[in-house]
Design a protein around this ligand. Structure first.
Ligand code: FAD
Ligand code: NAD
Length: 405
């Protein structure tokens, strides 16, 4: 009998969890497993703010996919997936096509610009290793050019961060540590540098514990970060950004660096493939299949799972993507073994820790609030845990964060 073919799209948190679990649960003769990813490496999306600020080299945030897959069981295909044809059970790639019996879509998210003019052209987003490298180099270039130019352009030393969600705040934490280093390296008076965070909601980290938010803002302000809270970005221009001011007025903020960290949506392939979706995310069935498609599972930032307690979607996180990957592997293994009774997904929320730079953080872990070095230690342990879950001890030793204090 022909072995079923399982195709997993994306080697991020969700995709690699699926594949590393499937390779344990299925024997060589039970199924053909194919993993498709754009690059031959996985990157830790949750560390990209560090690579973007330049506090961690971009090679530290990525590792070779071949180091974590069992190549006797998994075929790795380096390609960009363009579209899923669910009727023909095929995936169209930039270099060919693949048919499947079971498909897992784990392609991550994309920046959500809400149609705000100019953002696509003039702002950066922290979305992958290439973007992180570009942001780091762009900021360094502004400092170097400011130092070298005869007629100084002060806007080179202004950085705007759009959004004080977790991504924005974590990036600001890194910038708070990186700016003094850059000033020293390029002989620039730190008083000339401005880092401005613009947040539309009435608070930073909307919905998070107010005491912890206050702690985070106070510590970031001590490092020179300015906050414009309750202020929405309306446009990005070649000179900077335009923000809403009062009812009908606007204000221009000149800045040579604008980082848009104000939202994510699902991968564009979801819309291109005509899945039923909300902002590129598929509201999946309890067993994580796409509605009406018995052979397609969607996980991670491409999926939408409702938190029944508040009747709102769970925020897209690595934590949920990894748990979904584990469940999908178990469900596909069942189907391959002829068991059609699938498990339903329940999110086991272990908490949230938000880094404020290498030495500080805030968080709520198992219902308890943590701050400072203790929270920072926990954040590093969470980062190491993700490595351990996918690549075991060898990967954790190779890539882990052990610069504890
Ligand atoms: P990803 O891990 O992003 O992986 C997607 C993979 O698909 C990538 O390898 C990509 O190269 C590949 N890919 C994309 N498009 C294609 C294509 N067309 N063809 C082939 N391959 C493709 N969450 C937490 O839980 N904790 C945190 O501390 C945390 N920190 C974060 C910090 C930052 C700066 C950011 C931006 C996010 C953070 N998140 C955090 C959110 C978390 O990173 C995402 O929710 C998580 O990465 C989603 O996992 P995923 O498997 O869906 O996608
Ligand atoms: P987000 O959607 O959580 O936050 C975006 C922020 O931008 C919001 O505060 C929003 O009010 C603001 N915003 C939206 N439009 C704006 C505008 N026009 N002008 C100014 N501000 C605007 O996005 P994120 O921070 O990128 O996080 C994405 C996901 O990744 C979330 O699920 C988050 O939980 C997760 N994440 C988790 C961690 C962590 O656990 N440490 C770190 C980073 C990201």
């Amino acid at each position: 009998m022909k072995r079923p073919k399982i195709v997993v799209l994306g080697a991020g948190y969700g995709g690699l969890m699926t594949v590393t679990r499937l390779q344990k649960q299925l024997g060589n003769n039970e199924a053909d497993i194919v993993l498709v990813n754009k690059n031959d490496y996985h990157y830790e999306t949750t560390w990209l703010h560090e690579a973007s600020a330049g506090t961690l080299h971009h090679d530290r945030v990525r590792y070779d996919i071949k180091d974590v897959i069992d190549r006797s069981k998994v075929d790795f295909v380096q390609a960009t997936a363009l579209k899923v044809d669910h009727q023909a059970k095929k995936v169209i790639l930039d270099n060919g096509q693949l048919d499947y019996d079971y498909l897992v879509v784990a392609l991550g998210g994309a920046s959500e610009t809400f149609g705000i003019q100019g953002l696509d052209k003039y702002a950066f987003s922290i979305v992958n290793v290439n973007a992180a490298r570009q942001i780091r180099e762009h900021i360094e270039y502004q400092f170097a050019t400011y130092r070298a130019e005869e007629v100084k352009n002060p806007n080179r030393l202004t950085i705007v961060v759009g959004g004080a969600g977790f991504t924005g705040i974590e990036f600001l934490g890194e910038l708070g540590n990186r700016i003094p280093e850059l000033c020293k390296e390029y002989d620039i008076d730190q008083k000339l540098v401005r880092v401005i965070c613009v947040e539309a909601a009435p608070s930073a980290l909307p919905g998070f514990d107010p005491e912890l938010v206050k702690y985070a803002m106070a510590n970031l302000e001590k490092k020179g970060i300015e906050f414009m809270i309750g202020t929405a970005i309306k446009e990005a221009t070649p000179e900077g950004i335009v923000v809403a001011k009062g009812e009908n007025e606007t204000e221009e903020i000149k800045a040579e660096t604008v980082i848009w960290a104000a939202g994510v949506r699902g991968n564009p392939i979801i819309e291109a493939s005509e899945f039923e979706n909300m902002r590129g995310r598929v509201k999946v069935d309890p067993d994580l299949r796409a509605p009406g498609l018995s052979d397609v599972f969607v996980i991670g930032d491409c999926s939408l799972v409702i938190n029944e307690e508040i009747n709102r979607p769970f925020p897209p996180t690595a934590q949920i993507a990894m748990q979904q990957g584990e469940l999908v592997a178990r469900n596909i293994a069942r189907l391959v073994k002829g068991n059609t009774h699938l498990e339903s997904f329940t999110f086991d929320n272990k908490g949230t820790v938000c880094s404020l730079g290498d030495d500080d953080a805030i968080g709520v872990v198992f219902g308890k609030k943590v701050t400072g070095t203790k929270a920072s230690f926990m954040k590093k342990m969470i980062d190491n845990r993700a490595l351990f879950m996918i690549g075991g001890v060898p990967l954790t030793v190779k890539k882990g964060k052990f610069n504890i204090f």
